[in-house]
Design a protein around this ligand. Structure first.
Ligand code: GDP
Ligand code: CA
Length: 319
């Protein structure tokens, strides 16, 4: 049909894999989920931000994905649930417990269920699938791996754990290097490898390249599977007009010696993807992207609402 990629079942919409962090990734995921028939999207979520708090396993990017895809995410906060209450947090405060990471009452239920299932021996992939099912999702949300991997940032203050840098210290430290503790022991899961093998379209979300996409690509076996996949591969720039819409991506580009622009991001993804999506505001960078060997595509990439994210997703699906 009009040269559109075809799925094995004869439908014109491709099966799609999205590599994703939290906020920027979840917006892209929601757009793709709406643009594709149910069940055609698999999202590989970063778990390098995961940590343990009060004995609970917290997976911020997986939860942002689950909540956003289920239509339950807080509308503008970028994390957590809508209509959340904070009784437990207030009680924790009274007890003098650590309160630098906000845990809403309903959000806590997710962490309790996950922690218990992991304790019973269920894999993170399994428990995430259970949570997705309980939320009524048809989209697969796949952790990048089942092993614990911890993103650490080298700064002048020393090596910081991701949440220490991101939440507790408010991203104020200049990041000199990023490493992923435990990554060598990690392995791409069967579910991730199957999703990549079946994909006709792979999208790198407009997520932070250093702390959201890089850890996923660093999982042993995953990058190779992506390289071997015959899918069309597209990345969307998280940098628009030289700025990050949210978070430290622009600051990290600068502090690690890259150009602070969509072109700086394109250079990081050269050889990984075939197409690179620039925002309308960055059209002038298209020839430089083309010279990296990637097809530049200039689109409105700012997903301010459901309409914008659906329009972007539809444009990505169409070759
Ligand atoms: P985190 O895990 O919550 O930090 O989220 P991600 O890594 O997935 O996303 C953070 C990045 O998303 C930032 O660099 C933002 O610039 C980018 N971002 C957020 N929303 C949008 C959007 O609507 N369009 C584009 N192009 N980038 C976005
Ligand atoms: Ca994150």
């Amino acid at each position: 049909m009009n040269g559109l990629p075809r799925s094995g079942d004869g439908s014109p919409e491709p099966s799609c894999v999205l590599l994703s962090g939290g906020v920027g990734g979840a917006r892209m995921a929601a757009g793709l989920q709406e643009a594709l028939p149910p069940g055609r999207l698999s999202v590989l979520g970063n778990t390098g931000d995961d940590f343990e708090l009060l004995g609970l396993r917290v997976c911020p990017d997986l939860d942002t994905l689950l909540y956003t895809l289920a239509g339950r995410a807080h509308p503008d906060q970028g994390w957590g649930l809508q209509n959340e209450t904070w009784q437990c947090m207030h009680a924790l405060e009274e007890l003098g417990a650590p309160c630098w990471f906000q845990l809403g009452d309903r959000d806590l239920a997710t962490h309790l269920v996950r922690t218990e299932a992991l304790k019973q021996g269920r894999s993170l992939t399994g428990v995430t699938a259970d949570l997705a099912r309980a939320l009524g999702l048809k989209t697969r949300v796949l952790p990048m791996c089942d092993e614990a991997v911890g993103t650490r940032l080298r700064t002048r203050e020393g090596l910081l754990d991701f949440q220490d840098y991101f939440v507790r210290r408010g991203q104020r430290d200049r990041v000199l290097e990023v490493e992923f503790a435990g990554i060598r022991q990690a392995r791409a899961t069967r579910e991730v490898l199957e999703a990549l093998a079946q994909a006709e379209l792979v999208v790198l979300a407009p997520s932070n390249p250093f702390v959201s996409i890089a850890p996923i690509l660093a999982v042993p076996g995953l990058g190779q599977a992506l390289a071997q996949s015959a899918a069309r591969k597209i990345a969307v720039s998280p940098i628009v007009g030289g700025r990050a819409l949210k978070g430290p991506a622009a600051a990290m580009l600068e502090s690690m010696g890259h150009e602070v622009s969509a072109l700086g991001v394109a250079r990081l993804y050269s050889g990984v993807v075939d197409e690179f999506v620039l925002d309308l505001e960055d059209e002038h960078l298209a020839p430089a992207v083309a010279s990296l060997g990637m097809m530049p595509r200039v689109l409105p990439t700012v997903m301010s609402g459901p309409r914008e994210r659906l329009a972007l997703a539809r444009a990505l699906i169409r070759p």
